[in-house]
Write a protein that binds this ligand. Structure first.
Ligand SMILES: [Zn+2]
Ligand SMILES: [Zn+2]
Length: 374
């Protein structure tokens, strides 16, 4: 396809660039410091992207707060920004392009990929975006280097869309992947336990797919949001009568699927019991290795209610996700409640780790924060 040059910058392979940049460096458990670091240098197959927005993701919070990986690292992987330099071998991506990035992209050829178990692919497990040190996403910095093996995950952001919408592609993709595992039919009834940012994404995507969503949460504000995002019924997760209400809502047939965005024993068992025979339990929550729970195995085997798990994104859904988000059929902007400047990254992570009734998705903006988006 022929592409008309729009500016001088787009014809060249780089914009004027500084030698150093600001970055939030993880220096140990719970220790994040704003530092000046060298601008990442790029090789012939790489891109250099100036970060505009980076979502705060619970997987990073876990690594920072529990110190599960050795420092130093620069985290942040739900990144959107502008290409400011391209390596000599890069094709079809240009200086000036506004892009959303993926730090993990599967090879699409190996045994795991042929089984669509993309998150288990060796290439997928390599982090292909860095702002320096051991690659860890790098989105909490002003610039990131994007390596060749993740270029297939670069998505151009249309002019009318905000960077934050680009930064939301990755989390939306992970949620759509989990929905697609459920083999639902139109008008099925699905329980979504928890209406935080991830639960609301489930509610919206399932509603768009024609499902009847029953959304539960402990917090009244989140229940109202569940309704705003399209839930058919909204119930209080703490109601002692909840099982009975779920039974009534499906006229005694039981739920076609239950999705848990929290990994807690009681809701898990309740959600399993509320399924119809052959219904599916989907666990999409933050878990720790060694975490166990008691489930009634006869419900898994005799009643055919499997427990599924889903982790990370599915590259084959990328264009579907981009279409949903950029067309604003799924307008993600109401999910973004707080935007912090790069120097406030620690506060952004603190808020994401301890959400308030009015906090949902939290974004860090490199450079000067542009104020609330929604
Ligand atoms: Zn994430
Ligand atoms: Zn693979």
């Amino acid at each position: 396809m022929c592409r008309k040059p729009i500016s001088v910058a787009e014809n060249s392979r780089h914009m004027p660039l500084p030698k150093t940049m600001r970055a939030v460096v993880y220096r140990g458990k719970g220790d994040l410091r704003l530092e000046t670091v060298p601008l990442p240098s790029i090789r012939s197959g790489d891109l250099l992207v100036r970060v505009a927005a980076c979502g705060v993701c619970p997987t990073d919070i876990k690594k920072i707060q529990y110190g599960t990986v050795p420092p130093p690292r620069i985290f942040g992987h739900e990144t959107a920004g502008t290409i400011v330099k391209t390596g000599a071998l890069v094709r079809n991506l240009y200086v000036g392009d506004r892009v959303a990035l993926h730090h993990h992209v599967p090879c699409q050829k190996c045994h795991f990929c042929r089984h669509k178990a993309f998150a288990q692919c060796t290439t997928y497990k390599r982090t292909g975006i860095t702002a320096g040190f051991e690659p860890a996403g790098g989105g909490f910095a002003e610039y990131v280097r994007v390596m060749p093996f993740v270029l297939a995950g670069v998505v151009k952001i249309p002019r009318r869309n905000d960077f934050v919408e680009g930064a939301m592609l990755e989390p939306i993709n992970t949620v759509l992947k989990a929905v697609r595992q459920l083999s639902l039919l139109g008008n099925d009834t699905v329980l979504v336990v928890g209406q935080g940012p991830i639960g609301l994404m489930f509610t919206r995507l399932l509603t768009l797919a024609g499902m009847q969503v029953i959304a539960t949460d402990l917090i009244p504000e989140r229940r109202s949001l569940g309704r705003r995002f399209g839930a058919w019924r909204v119930l209080n997760a703490a109601d002692p009568d909840l099982s009975e209400q779920l039974h009534r809502a499906t006229r005694g047939r039981g739920l076609d699927a239950s999705i848990l965005t929290v990994a807690a024993d009681a809701p898990l068992r309740q959600a399993q019991t509320a399924l119809r025979g052959g219904g599916t339990l989907q666990l999409f929550a933050h878990t720790v290795r060694g975490q166990t729970t008691a489930l009634d195995l006869s419900q898994v085997c005799v009643d055919e209610k499997p427990l599924l798990g889903s982790y990370s994104a599915d590259v084959t859904l990328q264009s579907t996700v981009a279409r949903l988000v950029f067309s604003r059929q799924f307008d993600v902007r109401p999910l973004i409640t707080h935007e912090f400047g790069l120097e406030q990254t620690a506060a952004a992570i603190e808020l994401a780790a301890h959400p308030t009734p009015d906090s949902l998705k939290i974004i860090v903006s490199a450079g000067t924060a542009t104020g609330p988006i929604a």
